[in-house]
Design a protein around this ligand. Sequence first.
Ligand SMILES: NC(=O)C1=CN([C@@H]2O[C@H](COP(=O)(O)OP(=O)(O)OC[C@H]3O[C@@H](n4cnc5c(N)ncnc54)[C@H](OP(=O)(O)O)[C@@H]3O)[C@@H](O)[C@H]2O)C=CC1
Ligand SMILES: O=C(O)[C@@H]1CCC=N1
Length: 264
Amino acid sequence: MKIAILGAGNLGLSIAKGLIVNNAFTTLYLSKRKVDNIKDYEEYSKVSVTSDNLEAVNNSDILIFAVQPTQLEGILEEIKDVLTDKHVLISTVTGFKIPRIEAIVGEDQFIIRSMPNTAIAVGKSMTCLCSNKKGEKRIAIAEAIFNRLGSSIIIPENKMQAATVICASGVAFWMRLIRATTQGAVQLGFDAKEAQELSMQTCLGAASLLIESGKHPEEEIDKVTTPRGCTIEGLNEMEHNGLSSSLIQGIQASFKKINSISDQ
Ligand SMILES: NC(=O)C1=CN([C@@H]2O[C@H](COP(=O)(O)OP(=O)(O)OC[C@H]3O[C@@H](n4cnc5c(N)ncnc54)[C@H](OP(=O)(O)O)[C@@H]3O)[C@@H](O)[C@H]2O)C=CC1
Ligand SMILES: O=C(O)[C@@H]1CCC=N1
């Protein structure tokens, strides 16, 4: 696959790393206006770095847009005249809905919206996808790309905002929980490095257990909570202090914010 990432910033470079590590492209163009800080990527085979979006588009089939929402319109205007039937447009841009993309490049383009997260850099992104009518014929290509870099599901476009909160912002939410449990472990006597290792691996183990068993979290929690034991003591104290409620309220606040700053 000949892929271009237009907007090689935080997310764009995370996608690039995932593609490079998984050898998941034929050629890869990385574009941004100031290329000095990504020049190193040219050391990888078949990777080109450019500040010329048209060069990237003309030499690629899959175009992944990873610019800020206010920058997408300008890029689409810039490249729309060189788009051909070979191109599949994949936008990762938050809150920029498909009809708005179609209004610039036309309905007769394969348009896909994708919401990955930064764990794509290590092939572990949960990515949500949707498309315009024409894009339905190419969404399998997007699935193939994002399934090599984690997992993907296809959702209706009206759930993309919610998916952004749960999956994209979600990485930050889980990181903060890992930091908090790390701080707890330091207070119990582990040094910072050990504490983070214990926290991260336990988090990974808990998620893996649910993924592999298909079970509900409470079923697994029941196996851990010895009657009158330390686990239920800790869990109940956390709940008295609003653990679940706080997480749910944070998700609601994030969702309210995303709806206030986007166009859908
Ligand atoms: N960060 C995340 O975890 C996630 C982000 N998203 C979405 O992805 C998009 C990108 O986010 P993020 O990576 O954090 O943002 P960044 O600001 O880190 O990256 C945007 C990049 O676009 C480049 N850029 C700006 N204008 C142009 C242009 N005209 N042509 C080419 N490149 C350009 C910028 O570099 P330069 O100034 O040098 O051009 C910059 O590197 C956003 O819409 C965000 O909502 C979605 C999911 C997760
Ligand atoms: O925080 C944000 O608004 C963007 C969207 C999801 C991740 N980063």
